[in-house]
Each structure stands twice: as C-alpha cells, then as structure tokens.
Write a new protein. Sequence first.
Length: 135
Amino acid sequence: REQLGLAPAFTADGPRDERELEKAEQVEVRKRLIAFGFVVRNLSQYRPSKVAPGFPDLAVHHTREPIFFFFETKRQVGGKRSPAQIAFADDCKRCNIGCYSGDRYAVAQLLVDLGLAIRIDDRIEPANRYQPHHA
C-alpha cells in the first residue's frame, strides 16, 4: 500500500476493547488523522494540572483543506467527557469550531463525515477527491 502511495488501511469499526487505555487509543487516533493529511498537535495533560480544565487532547488541522478542529480522545469502553470538556465543546459549537470526542472508530467516522474517507467493507479508504500527502 505504501509503495503505491496509499494510506494504510484502517478498520472502520470493530468490537470495543475495555482493556485499551486512553493513551494507547490516542496513538491510534493520531495515526488515522495523520494518514489522511492532518497535522496533529498534542495538548494532553496526563495528570490533572488544573491549568486548563476541559481543554481537549488534540488540536488538528488539515494540510490542504480548510479544516480545523479539537479532538478529545476517549477509551473504547467507558470513556466519558467531564463537565468541563462538555462546556468546552459547547463553547466551540457556539463559535462554529469543530470539537469532537471518541476513540479510533469515532475518528474513522469523522473522516467519512468530512468527506475525506469512504467505507469499503470493514475499513476506511481515502475518498476519490482526496489523495493523502506523503512526507
């Protein structure tokens, strides 16, 4: 796939694993976003700092399309947003700024919703209008 200039094949959906920790899930979320042409900036605070309660884990922008959003990574099973995270997302919505949350499968669906990916069987592939950027 790489030799052909194709993005890696990522599973679009699957059984959720309660053992998967948020930090490991964030690695998978980043892989998917980067493969589809996004720059991903990590804003995570792995221990409570009280500096910016509710601020999402990732700031994400596309290298060619005018797309910017925040993403809060959550575990596949049992990941819940805090009241501060919900308030931040509500503020973003009011200001017309994308703010999403979830696991690797939520990001796969987001890529489809943004028109950058299509579902083929159990995986996502780049949409015809989009060819991933390779460094």
